[in-house]
Design a protein around this ligand. Structure first.
Ligand SMILES: *Cc1c(COP(=O)(O)O)cnc(C)c1O
Length: 390
C-alpha cells in the first residue's frame, strides 16, 4: 500500500493533499518517495523557520531529548524559563504562557482579555472585536474569532461574544467596540490565510491608540507573521506599536508544536493560579528547539531576511503573468493572472512547492533559504506564471 493510499484510507479527509509523498529533506530541499527533489517554498506553512533537519535546531532538540522529554507544569525546567526570558527581552513583553499551537495561543490571549476586562470594567465587557477576512484558528472559539462566514456554517453555535468589522475602517471599528463594550481587539498585521493582505499603517496605529485610550486589550495574532517571518522579530514592530498581548506559534518551534501568549505590562499579572493551563505547555524539547530559533533572529539575520525579501518582491513586480505582489519579509502573496491553484500544481511538476492563500500564490520559505534555492524557485514560479497567464 502506498503512503498515499494508506493515508486516504485511514486519515480523516480534512486536507486536500497534493499527490506528493515526502520522505526526507535538508534545508530548503525535500525529497519524495521517488527520489525527486523539490525546493520548499512553504516550510510547512511557515513552521520550519530554519529549514528541514537544521543542524543547530536538531542539536538543541536531541540534547534535550537525552535529558528529559517532558515534565508536568508542577515543576520547573530550564528550557521553558529560558525561552520565556528570551522572548520577553527581545519583544518588550513581560510574561509568557506556553501552549501547543496557534489556535491555543489565541484561546489564551482571549482569556487574558476577557479576565482583564471583567475585573477592571465588569462582566458585561466581554466582546472581542476581530476583522473581516481574518483567520485565528480552528477551535470553536477561534473559529468564532475568524471573520469568515464560510468557516462558521457547519459548526453552530460558536462561542458567543465575537464580532468582526472591515479591515482598515477605523471609524466602524471604534463605533462597534464602544457599542459592544469590547474587552479586546484582535488583529493580524498581515492577514495570512486571508490572502497575504497587510493592514494599513494608519489603521493599525489608530487601533493601538484607541485601545490604550479606552483600556481595551490589543491582541496581535502573530502566529504566522511572528518569529522573523516579516523581517522583524514580530510584525507589529513594523508599525511602531506595542500590543498588550501577542499570540504566536508556527515558526517559533522550528518544526515542533509550540504556541505562546506574550503578555505586556498592562496584562502581565492577569493570569493567576488555576486560570489557565496546558499539559504539554512549555514542553522542554519544544522549548529547546524554539530557543535555538529565537536566539538566531538577531539584527544581522533579520536584515538578510529583508534583503531576500527585496529580491523576491522586485523579481515578481511587473513580471509577465503577475498582477501584484503583497506581503512583508518572506511572507509573500503573488496574484497571478492564471488561477493560483494551477500555478502551484505546475510548480510541483517542476520541483517547487508553493502554497496558496485565497486567490494568490503564497510563499513562506525557510528564513535561511540559500540564495541559489530561492533564485531557482522564483525563476520557476515566474516561468509558470508567464506560461499559464501570458
Ligand atoms: C495558522 C494560524 C493560526 C492557527 O494556528 P494552528 O497552529 O493551526 O492552530 C492562527 N492564526 C493565524 C494568523 C494563523 O496563520
Amino acid at each position: 500500500m502506498s503512503i498515499m493510499n494508506m493515508d486516504n484510507a485511514f486519515v480523516a479527509g480534512t486536507y486536500k493533499r497534493f499527490p506528493v509523498e515526502i520522505v526526507s529533506g535538508k534545508g530548503s530541499r525535500v525529497v519524495d518517495v521517488n527520489g525527486k527533489t523539490y525546493i520548499d517554498m512553504g516550510s510547512g506553512i511557515g513552521v520550519t523557520a530554519f529549514g528541514i533537519a537544521d543542524e543547530t535546531w536538531q542539536a538543541a532538540v536531541t540534547e534535550q531529548l537525552g535529558k528529559v522529554q517532558h515534565m508536568s507544569n508542577l515543576y520547573y525546567t530550564e528550557p521553558c524559563a529560558k525561552l520565556a526570558k528570551l522572548l520577553c527581552e527581545k519583544s518588550g513583553m513581560k510574561k509568557v504562557f506556553f501552549a501547543n499551537s496557534g489556535a491555543e495561543a489565541n484561546e489564551g490571549a482571549i482569556k487574558v482579555a476577557r479576565k482583564y476586562a471583567a475585573e477592571k470594567k465588569g462582566a458585561d465587557h466581554y466582546t472581542i472585536i476581530t476583522l473581516n477576512n481574518s483567520f485565528h484558528g480552528r477551535t470553536l472559539t477561534t473559529l468564532a474569532a475568524t471573520g469568515q462566514e464560510h468557516f462558521h456554517k457547519l459548526f453552530q453555535p460558536l462561542t458567543p461574544g465575537f464580532v468582526s468589522t472591515p479591515a482598515n475602517d477605523f471609524e466602524a471599528l471604534k463605533v462597534l467596540a464602544l457599542q459592544t463594550k469590547a474587552a479586546g481587539i484582535m488583529i493580524e498585521c498581515i492577514q495570512g490565510e486571508g490572502g497575504v493582505l497587510p493592514l494599513e499603517a494608519d489603521f493599525v496605529k489608530a487601533v493601538a491608540a484607541f485601545c490604550a485610550e479606552e483600556d481595551i486589550v490589543l491582541i496581535v495574532d502573530e502566529v504566522q507573521t511572528g518569529n522573523g517571518r516579516t523581517g522583524m522579530l514580530y510584525a507589529y514592530q513594523h508599525f511602531g506599536i506595542l500590543p498588550d498581548v501577542v499570540s504566536t506559534a508556527k515558526g517559533l518551534g522550528g518544526g515542533l508544536p509550540i504556541g505562546a501568549v506574550l503578555m505586556g505590562e498592562k496584562v502581565q499579572n492577569v493570569l493567576g493560579y488555576g486560570d489557565h493551563g496546558s499539559t504539554y505547555g512549555g514542553n522542554p524539547v519544544c522549548c529547546a528547539g524554539a530557543i535555538s530559533v529565537i536566539e538566531r533572529l538577531d539584527d544581522n539575520f533579520l536584515s538578510r531576511v529583508r534583503r531576500l525579501s527585496g529580491y523576491v518582491f522586485s523579481a515578481f513586480h511587473g513580471a509577465k503573468g503577475v498582477e501584484s505582489v503583497a506581503g512583508l519579509g518572506l511572507m509573500v502573496g503573488i496574484k497571478t493572472v492564471a488561477p493560483a491553484a494551477d500555478v502551484v500544481k505546475e510548480c510541483i511538476n517542476r520541483g517547487v512547492l508553493c502554497l496558496t492563500a485565497k486567490d494568490k500564490v503564497r510563499l513562506l520559505p525557510a528564513l535561511n533559504i540559500p540564495m541559489e534555492d530561492l533564485e531557482y524557485a522564483v525563476e520557476t514560479i515566474k516561468a509558470v506564471a508567464a506560461e499559464l497567464g501570458g
